[in-house]
Design a protein around this ligand. Structure first.
Ligand code: ZN
Length: 266
């Protein structure tokens, strides 16, 4: 289009007299998009409130730009925290610390009864995994699930955070009670790997609840009722736990792609 827009048409457009259905509106807008001269001609016709708003916006943008980039340190810290954990994991961490300490105190008070620390160890990280990778517990799960880093990479980071809370406590309590470290470490790793493997199919939270519930109902509760340490937490079971931990970790890594799917967040 070579001819410019007439002053009358520009004034009518600026006053809002050209409605959406007006046959003039479309050619005027197309021309304005391409023609800087007509855009400049349009400016004096713009209503005062719009001019004030444009001026305020321009001033605000210039002020932001001249203030320079915002300090990134706090943002980096926040982003780092989000990559590794979410704040919703805090109550879990407190609960787990309390549970392990309570188990330790019970073991100290009743040394002849089955060790509550050993019975708790396999399922100690599971509540953390339920919180770390859940669409209910993490308010920003949809945003995270939509990013390219979501999937097994982020899940493993959060698992590391969970284990970093659980391991030192179990190590300290186990050492004080004089138990073989492998007795809590191998079951702990086995159940974590099993949760990650099963979690790819049915969701991490569901897998953690299923496996944790099965352990409590089938092993821990009967042992406490019968006042007898089950064979599963005795040293003769260690080769079995070692093999299970190795196989399940390998399978969980092979099936890592499952966690890209949204089902993993169930
Ligand atoms: Zn023009």
């Amino acid at each position: 289009m070579t001819a410019h827009i007439s002053a009358e048409a520009l004034a009518a457009y600026a006053r809002g007299e050209l409605g959406v259905g007006d046959p003039m509106t479309w050619p005027v807008e197309v021309h304005l998009e391409a023609c800087a001269d007509c855009r400049e001609q349009l400016l004096p016709y713009a209503p005062p409130p719009l001019l004030t708003m444009l001026e305020d916006t321009g001033t605000a943008i210039l002020a932001r730009a001249s203030a320079g980039p915002r300090p990134v340190r706090s943002r980096r810290v926040r982003r780092f925290a989000h990559r590794w954990a979410s704040w919703s994991m805090m109550p879990w961490a407190l609960m787990t610390v309390t549970a392990i300490i309570a188990a330790f105190l019970l073991d100290v008070a009743f040394p002849l009864r089955p060790s509550v620390v050993l019975l708790l160890a396999p399922v100690a990280p599971l509540a953390g995994l339920t919180i770390a990778w859940s669409r209910h517990a993490d308010p920003s799960w949809e945003t995270i699930a939509g990013t390219s880093r979501a999937g097994v990479d982020l899940l493993l980071r959060r698992t590391v955070v969970v284990l970093a809370v659980v391991f030192p406590l179990l190590a300290a309590t186990g050492w004080r009670l004089g138990t073989n470290p492998a007795l809590w470490l191998l079951p702990c790793l086995t159940f974590t790997a099993a949760t990650l493997l099963l979690g790819g199919l049915i969701g991490v939270s569901r897998a953690a609840m299923l496996l944790g519930g099965a352990w409590v109902l089938a092993v821990a509760a009967p042992a406490l009722i019968a006042v007898e340490l089950p064979v599963l937490v005795r040293p003769e079971s260690l080769p079995g736990w070692g093999a299970a931990a190795a196989v399940l970790t390998g399978l969980a890594l092979l099936r890592a792609g499952d966690h890209v799917r949204l089902k993993s967040w169930n």
